[in-house]
Structures are given as structure tokens and as C-alpha cells.
Write a protein that binds this ligand. Structure first.
Ligand code: SF4
Length: 119
């Protein structure tokens, strides 16, 4: 009775973005779709972002430790931004995406969901 239904069930996510894309995009759309439960978050509904980190720079190895850190801090899903998987906003996806995703999944995939894009 102290919590709304949404708040009670709101999933916690940790988002990983492309370090190269930081110069072009502050992640505004990621926060918007997460807050509104749209696009990649249609299934979960609105989510709480508990961490928003970059991959650490090419070739993205740091994403593994950073994903683990976010899971330790309560993330129930790790989300790769569309700048990584879809190449937003300039149509240049990360050439290391598949490898980064596999490494992250191997580290935390048994504990949390992996979501491959944001919007
Ligand atoms: S590894 Fe991929 S996601 Fe990370 S900075 Fe390089 S291009 Fe971007």
C-alpha cells in the first residue's frame, strides 16, 4: 500500500553505451524509452536505470567488468545501447558487438537478462 504497482515491479537495468558515441549523444533517448517503457522496454515496462556506463573504449573489454559491477549493484538486466548494436546516430555499429555481448553474457548471463538495443 505504500508502493504503486509500477514502482513495486519496476525492473532495474544497467546500460552500456559506446564510448565513441559519447561525443555525439548524451543518451537522452535511452533515458526516455526506459522511463516510458517503450521500444526495447515494451516487455519490461518502465525500468529504473541503476547505472549508465560506457564500454570503456575499443575494443570494449571493460564492458565485462562494468556489467558485473552493475549486476552487483542490483541490475536485473544488462542493456546494450543502440549506439553499440545499431550504430545510432551515424549508422556505424560497434565492430566488436558480438564479442562484447558474448563475453558479458558469459560473465553475468546466468543471473540477468541481456537486452541488445535500446531504441
Ligand atoms: S568497442 Fe564498440 S562500443 Fe566500445 S567504443 Fe569501440 S566501437 Fe564503441
Amino acid at each position: 500500500m505504500h508502493h504503486g504497482r509500477e514502482e513495486q515491479s519496476m525492473k532495474k537495468v544497467g546500460i552500456i553505451r559506446c564510448q565513441q558515441a559519447e561525443d555525439m549523444c548524451p543518451g537522452t533517448t535511452d533515458f526516455k524509452v526506459a522511463r516510458e517503457g517503450k521500444l526495447a522496454f515494451e516487455e519490461t515496462g518502465p525500468v529504473e536505470i541503476i547505472g549508465f556506463v560506457s564500454c570503456g573504449g575499443c575494443p570494449g573489454k571493460r564492458a565485462v567488468a562494468r556489467a558485473k559491477m552493475m549486476v552487483e549493484r542490483g541490475a536485473e538486466a544488462i542493456v546494450f545501447c543502440s549506439c553499440i548494436s545499431r550504430g545510432n546516430p551515424i549508422g556505424f555499429p560497434c565492430p566488436h558487438f558480438e564479442q562484447m555481448k558474448s563475453a558479458v553474457a558469459a560473465k553475468v548471463g546466468d543471473k540477468v537478462d541481456i537486452i541488445e538495443y535500446t531504441h
